[in-house]
Design a protein around this ligand. Sequence first.
Ligand code: PLP
Length: 421
Amino acid sequence: MSDPKKSLSPVWNRYTQIHVDHAEGAFIYSADGRRYLDFTCGIGVTNTGHCHPKVVAAAQAQIGKLIHGQANLVYHQPMLDLVTELQRVFPPHLNCYFFSNSGAEAVEASLKLARNATGRPNLIVFQGSFHGRTVGTMSLDTSNTIYRKGYQPLMPGVFVAPFAYAYHYGWSEKETTRFCLKQLRHLLATQTAPEETAAILIEPILGEGGYVVPSEGFLQGVEEIARENSILLIADEIQSGFGRTGQWFAFQHFGLAPDIVVMAKGLASGFPLSGIAARRELMERWLPGSHGGTYGGNAVGCAAATATVRVMREEGLIENSARMGVKLQAALQGLQQRFPVIGQVRGLGLMVGVEFTTASGEPDQASAKAVWHHCLDNGLMLLTCGTYGNVIRWIPPLIISDAHLDEALSIYERALAAVAA
Ligand SMILES: Cc1ncc(COP(=O)(O)O)c(C=O)c1O
């Protein structure tokens, strides 16, 4: 028989060749006996750490009782328990929920809800955004052409506004916010009339697009423009949600009140569960039967998600994310002083990006990649992101201790020194 790895589709763009045996907390252990500090969280998923005992226990207890309770056919207790937990997590106006499996599916649900409930066809997204890989969601992706190249034509009715990424423009925060809001208004005046625009969809902090915290006042301005024009505001919190930024959701840092919030990844600690939260009146305008799915809101996934939310609260993981995030950014900024290849350190909580830039101010993918590689060889798993692959993203589990962080920083510092040499 041939090597089964060779029978896996090459469409999976592989970062590493690690063959994982098991994982626990902040560590992944490979089949060849190596230990890696996992600061990728499986792309922002295992926020409670790998195989948190309470999440494992909840899933194991559920699996022997009911695996699949199809949502059109029955109510099941794990979904009702999850709803009860989510009611405590979300602001009171986001009191109605729909569940699906992947992030892209949940984004699609948010768009279908927005179109169906408003009767308007168009959507506005932002430069640098990533919302998924289905035909609908790839039509919303603007972080890199790889997501759409070879798949055109895309879904029509999508319009792109600039995201307030001051470092990219090389402008002050104030100038950037002013320009981007002006362009958003211009888009509504020139390309998609407000009465034809169902929703503005935004990642409050760009994920795949480079871990970019928008310049001050931008998100509030976007919300104001949405309200003025009766356009729905959808926050894609798939990567930035569930404690990642030191709040339950990133939109809370900016005082926003989105009409729809999209969640996945950290929601269920690794089980494929996603969903959207919205006002009940809005959900009531969604034509019953016009959306759904066989597996959405799987019972084991919901039990794991309920345990995840409880663990986050009981173990103070959001507070830990905020505290460790401050320490992480301070340390990374200290290293920025010593290594000129680092152009910017930015982020909130444990969602932190380090942008590598050449001496002439261009994106420096080679250095980011070399540092990333050196870290991997020395037992620290990180990820890159950004249109030009020149941002190293830090997404450790929210359970990390000072010791974990110190170990990671010392590997990273050695990597920077090696690459600078
Ligand atoms: C902000 C954001 N939206 C949507 C998605 C798509 O999620 P999934 O890969 O689960 O479909 C991702 C995945 O990285 C994401 O980061």
